[in-house]
Ligand binder design. Structure first.
Ligand SMILES: NC(=O)c1ccc[n+]([C@@H]2O[C@H](COP(=O)([O-])OP(=O)(O)OC[C@H]3O[C@@H](n4cnc5c(N)ncnc54)[C@H](OP(=O)(O)O)[C@@H]3O)[C@@H](O)[C@H]2O)c1
Length: 344
């Protein structure tokens, strides 16, 4: 390509509705980024179609690597190999990690091999574990504009249904048989709880990293808003969920107010994400955590009130560290996260 690559961007769920549009938007605007997409089935037709579309944009450095978030060994293997490839200069340091992969489920599911509700593991435990496992691969920042790297957690307005203790009680299972349908309401609480916990845990991680001062990594949530089109998130949902998605009538008032563009094609939020991912701005302080709804920026604590409760944040971070410790025993790459410092 005649010029060296500027940094690696990882997009999980790279073959999904939003993930593939983010890849296209970045390919269009960042010709010197190395785009590393993850997918469960790297040989699938959606992956082939996406690569073909990117090739039409121009010569780009793009690859697709297998990653199953429902298996923490897969996360460990992917992270270790990525850190090693960065160390050996095979690929440039990470500048962006975009957590786009997610699932929703409206049935009672078997726990994962790691022992978690698959919705919780895919949307929360595994993205958190992936983030800490990749810390060594991020481009070192110095707090100056353009100095740091970013972790963008793709959020969702369903966080307003979420509860921090939802998965403690292992709801959605109880003594019900596997495959039993669950109500739309319960499914939304389950999905919203997984997305809420992911946001809280990642903001807590950010505080912890900021307070240790060793890694300047900006971590924030971006809600893409409602998206028209084929998303697997809705395919197994009860009819009421799909209708609510179309009308956005299910949103609580404050989110309805914030949701100025109720429904877009996925390429609209994808363009915003591609822009935000490469925005050159100073690494924020603890007090200035941002939360995006499309391209609008909010103080994160105004959207997720838990962020104002230091002790709750600390508890979520400790729990998440313990859960990922089990999954990645002896394999994690950093010792620089201190749960106590999430309380700043
Ligand atoms: N769709 C909406 O209206 C909407 C609204 C607000 C926010 N969001 C958020 O936007 C993001 C993308 O949603 P989307 O609509 O693009 O969903 P989607 O089309 O269903 O894509 C989801 C992606 O996640 C991947 N995935 C699922 N389980 C996985 C696992 N165990 N390991 C690795 N990857 C896995 C899927 O891969 P497979 O193909 O292998 O299943 C797929 O690539 C999500 O975080 C979602 O919460 C969506």
């Amino acid at each position: 390509m005649g010029r060296s690559l500027t940094g690696t961007v990882i997009i999980t769920g790279g073959n999904g509705q939003l993930g593939s549009e983010i890849a296209i938007a970045i390919a269009k605007t960042q010709p010197f980024a190395h785009i590393l997409l993850t997918a469960r089935d790297i040989k699938g037709a959606d992956v082939r179609n996406l690569i073909a579309k990117v090739r039409l944009i121009g010569p780009r450095s793009i690859e697709v690597i297998s990653l199953d978030l429902n298996d923490l060994r897969s996360v460990t293997g992917f992270a270790q190999s990525t850190v090693e490839r960065v160390r050996s200069n095979e690929i440039p340091p990470l500048v962006d990690l975009i957590h786009s992969a997610a699932i929703a489920s409206y049935t009672v599911d078997e726990l994962t091999l790691d022992g978690y509700d698959p919705v919780y593991q895919t949307n929360c435990v595994a993205p958190f574990f992936l983030t800490i496992s990749l810390l060594e691969a991020f481009r070192a920042g110095n707090g100056t504009p353009g100095g740091g790297a970013k972790v963008i957690n793709i959020g969702c307005s369903a966080v307003s249904y979420g509860r921090l203790d939802y998965f403690d009680r292992d709801r959605g299972r109880g003594d019900r048989r596997l495959g039993t349908p669950i109500s739309a309401k319960e499914g939304n609480v389950r999905y919203g709880s997984s997305k809420l916990l992911a946001s809280v845990a990642l903001y807590a991680l950010r505080r912890s990293l900021t307070s240790t001062g060793k890694i300047s990594l900006d971590i924030f949530t971006l809600d893409p808003g409602g998206m028209a089109g084929e998303s697997n998130l809705r395919s197994g949902a009860p009819l009421s969920v799909r209708v609510a998605h179309q009308t956005r009538s299910g949103l609580r008032p404050f989110l309805r107010m914030l949701s100025r563009s109720s429904m877009n094609k996925a390429n609209v939020p994808a363009k915003v994400i591609a822009k935000v991912a490469f925005q050159r701005d100073a690494v924020e302080t603890c007090q200035a955590e941002r939360y995006y709804i499309l391209d609008r920026e909010y103080e994160a604590g105004s959207v997720i009130p838990t962020l104002r409760n230091g002790s709750q944040m600390g508890k979520v971070l400790v729990k998440m560290m313990q859960q990922t410790e089990i999954g990645g025993k002896g394999t994690r790459s950093t010792g620089s996260v201190s749960p106590g410092s999430a309380l700043c």
